[in-house]
Ligand binder design. Sequence first.
Ligand code: SAH
Length: 359
Amino acid sequence: MKLSFKDILNKKELSRDDIIILLNATQQESKLLFAKSKEIRLKHVGNKVYLRGLIELSNICKKDCLYCGIRKSNKHVCRYNLTDEEVLRTVKYAYDNNYGSLAIQSGELDNNIFVERVNNLLIKIKELTKGKLHITLSCGEQSEETYLKWNKNGGNRYLLRIESSTKELYNKIHPNNETHSFEKRIEALKALRKTGYQTGTGVMIGLPFQTTENLADDLLFMKEIDIDMVGMGPYLEQKDTPLYKFKDSLKPIEERYFMTLKMIAVLRILMKNINIAATTALEAIGVNGREKAITAGANVIMPNITPAVYRENYMIYENKPLPSSKEILVPEKRIKKIGYKIEWGDFGDSAHFKKRTQK
Ligand code: SAH
């Protein structure tokens, strides 16, 4: 007997085929999906929304990912590096405004100067904030030694997106060389988890060549590696990148947006107590994208607090929103209106991590 959409939603274990059916939900069916993910979210992580003040440290990158606007070969980008003073001033803004945590993101470099710089910043941030802010790092693939060092000096969480867990697709969206090896990325994720970070990953949704099956496999990958947190968002084409030539083969932006919300919802059903971020890419294409993501199951938002003069240079994709006012940065009223609550001053650690490390 063929199960109805509702029956599938109520199954204890979802198979790959079930996940594909859920991801292919129509608008009508998606209401059931979002109702289910909401129920699970409220039960396991409550109506709380955690903040990460996002600091984009530098757009200098040694990588050449075929989708990314700040790839090494893009000559149209004005490269910048925040000074330590600028970083600390931004950190102080977060601290004074009662953020419980920060996310430091950067183009990928692994030379000694960069490694030491991040390390020193971690030490200074800890001093400045008396350890009252937890820190997520998102600075790409590093040696296990570097991961250890940063963790020791205050990096609590690390976000390294696998981008796509399907090797063939991964290889289509990255140059095929040692610097962009799929295996190395997987190894890095394993090293992060071993080192003791709350470990996060994620994928882009609506990439050229990507199928619903690939997306179902991405969710299963996250479950398989038992990830603590996820940040995923729609792929947005960027005109100065090689992948731009496939723009006519892409799904319409509304579909990528809708699929992202369904991915968040199914992930919440699969991994009940992890942290899921409502990413800025979602905000870039949808009106109130972050609130929709929260309704679908996300419990983290990452207001971009990078000093305004640099923000326009961290253009990973086009139409990246450039927030200014406080209510745009943290849409507290709008979040309250839909029944959720910003947890000011809370570290917002992953409940999944706490549970797996308490054992
Ligand atoms: N260098 C760091 C993170 C910087 S970029 C690292 O490797 O972890 C942060 C994320 O932006 C990437 O992981 C990627 O998933 C996303 N991104 C890059 N280009 C994008 C695009 N064109 N559309 C949507 N997301 C993109």
